[in-house]
Design a binder for this molecule. Structure first.
Ligand code: FAD
Length: 556
């Protein structure tokens, strides 16, 4: 007997034949949809809120058999792709009626699309992956892919239109070529140094060793890559998230990002037109205007109010001496816990007990406030239980307390940590004002001088261009330069982020940030952080080696 109560839809043989290509089964209460355009899936699900019928019956009566839906031409086997696109557009009015008529804005979350964005700069890729709810990105890795391949004799970086139209164009190209030339020139000597200082041992295969040493080399050199570096990003997301993304892209100060939004709209119009059309209607345009105006006004106000203070806090561009550099590379001062809740422990413990009682939250808090530390620790450790891996994450009670960090670290680390969607993050501009980080390994390999020269030259060019084109100048800034951003996160996400980002295979730039976040949180909330068992506080020579050895085992 099924444990799910289910009234099987009675279908004629002909109906069964009609439905069969679109369902993973015809006789169970749980089934998947197949071979349907995203917009049809969304429209179909949206009818759930207004119909007593089963989904199979809705698909039959309101889509397959409804002439205005043009269902056959949209999904018909005979239709080639071009015909399908035309059919989806022609049937748009029908879908709009179903979608808008039978649900609120969230209906646009019921269908999605995969979009590939290739050859975009890192300014644009960060704008894309800034989305949180509803979008899942994946981006080309600077660790596994060398970024020095040329096309038609030219390095692949964004040639920003306003710079190329200005007198700075040759300096821009010379600076970026110099960064890529330096990156290219340092790969082999650095790889040799990495291999010489970390020789292959008998337990490590040639494959694992080569992969790990190459990854280490590219990790160490990524600081030379400028923001203009072209990359590829794949996005999967729902219609509502895409609509909001399109609005946000249209507000960008960067022409490339606005243009990306425009072409993305054109492609999404072919897949989920009804879900994203509002980004370009009056409503979308007003939203763009609203966001742009507020941003501009706030920036003006901030400049007026804060300019004098900012001048005092400006930092020298490049770091002074090797000791400073080593210090910066591991600098705990770059991570500052600015805010935490002194009542966090009481709140979390109260939230742990809450679902198991019938009294009010206030009464539970009063009770918890009277408990001893030992009693609270017992409640917390019972709730967290025996964590066998970082995947055993504490529950929602840990969302009850928040931490705010101000971070000054290299752009490479920002790019990585920025990917955590559950956090609230805000960044300042990409600039050369906060100096750069030189990995200590480059100093030891005696390659730091060449590295520094390319970064210094990039800084001069950035400042030169910034005096005329401040937004565009950000394309020149290499990933090694430091930037400031803030992270606000709850304790539950802190467990996830710190354990993941301190793990051995992580990049050293963000590993030190995760480790420092752990130390500072432990200092203020020892009982809450005590169960973060999978924080890795060690330093490693070859971060990827253990992961590569695990791959070897799987291959075997
Ligand atoms: C060693 C390493 C290598 C990496 N290499 C690459 C790379 O080559 N290319 C690349 O693009 N990225 C790479 N990343 C980034 C990675 O893909 C994630 O984007 C990043 O780690 C954020 O992790 P998260 O999604 O778990 O965290 P968060 O976004 O903070 O989410 C926290 C948790 O919430 C849940 N969650 C959040 N959003 C969703 C959702 N939409 N659907 C379902 N569950 C959700 C998940 O349980 C998730 O773990 C790498 C990360 C690491 C640590």
């Amino acid at each position: 007997m099924s444990f799910i109560e289910f009234w099987e839809e009675s279908l004629t043989e002909q109906e069964g034949c009609l439905l069969q290509p679109f369902m993973t089964n015809l006789d169970k209460s749980v089934f998947g949809l197949m071979n349907l355009p995203e917009v049809v899936k969304g429209a179909l699900f949206s009818r759930y809120s207004r119909s007593d019928k089963s989904l199979r019956r809705i698909l039959l009566d309101e889509f397959i058999k409804a002439p205005e839906c043009r269902f056959a031409s949209i999904v018909g086997e005979a239709a080639n792709n071009g015909d399908q696109l035309v059919a989806i557009q022609q049937a748009e009015a029908f879908y709009d009626r179903v979608l808008i008529g039978y649900g609120d804005d969230s209906v646009a979350e019921l269908g999605g699309a995969h979009i590939a964005c290739e050859g975009i700069s890192n300014i644009a890729s960060i704008a894309l992956v800034d989305s949180r709810l509803g979008l899942s990105p994946l981006e080309k890795s600077t660790r596994y892919v060398p970024f020095n391949r040329k096309i038609n004799g030219r390095y692949r970086y964004h040639r920003e239109s306003s710079i190329m139209a200005s007198s700075h164009f040759s300096r821009y190209e010379a600076t970026l070529d110099n960064l890529f030339d330096t990156y290219t020139a340092l790969i082999d000597p650095l790889l040799s140094w990495v291999q010489a200082t970390t020789p292959q041992d008998t337990t490590t295969s040639v494959r694992a060793y080569n992969s790990a040493t190459r990854a280490k080399t590219l990790d160490l050199l990524r600081g030379l890559l400028p923001m203009a570096t072209l990359t590829n990003v794949g996005l999967f997301g729902n219609g509502r998230a895409f609509e909001y993304l399109l609005v946000k892209l249209a507000t960008s100060g960067h022409e490339e990002v606005r243009a990306l939004g425009y072409v993305m709209q054109q492609e999404l119009d072919k897949i989920i037109p009804s879900f994203v059309k509002r980004a370009k209607t009056e409503r979308g345009l007003k939203a763009v205007q609203y966001l742009q105006t507020n941003c501009e006004r706030t920036e003006l106000l901030a400049q007026k109010l804060l300019k004098p203070t900012e001048k005092h806090s400006a930092m020298p561009r490049s770091a002074a001496c090797p000791e400073d550099l080593a210090q910066q590379h591991r600098a705990p001062s770059t991570v500052q816990l600015v805010e935490y809740d002194p009542d966090g422990e009481v709140k979390v413990v109260a939230a742990i007990l809450y679902p198991h009682t019938e009294i009010t939250l206030n009464n539970i808090k009063e009770y918890v406030a009277g408990l001893s530390t030992t009693e609270r620790v017992e409640i917390i450790s019972t709730y967290v239980g025996d964590r066998e891996s970082r995947f055993h994450r504490p529950g929602r009670a840990f969302e009850e307390t928040y931490y705010t960090f101000d971070i000054l670290a290299d752009i490479g680390a920002y790019r990585d940590l920025h990917r955590h969607r559950v956090l609230t993050q805000q960044r300042q501009h990409y600039s050369v004002r906060h100096g750069y980080v030189v990995p200590i390994e480059l100093e030891e390999a005696k390659l730091a001088e060449t590295y520094r020269k390319a970064l210094d030259y990039a800084a001069e060019t950035t400042e030169l261009i910034a005096s005329h084109l401040p937004d565009a100048a950000q394309y020149v800034v290499p990933f090694a330069y430091r930037m400031r951003w803030r992270i606000k996160l709850n304790l539950r996400e802190a467990y996830h982020l710190i354990e993941l980002r301190s793990s051995r295979q992580g990049h050293p730039s963000y590993r030190v940030i995760a480790q420092e976040m752990y130390r500072q949180m432990s200092a203020v909330h020892p009982a809450l952080v005590a169960n973060m068992h999978f924080v890795d506080l060690n330093d490693y020579n070859l971060e990827r080696l253990a992961a590569e050895q695990r791959i070897d085992m799987k291959l075997r």
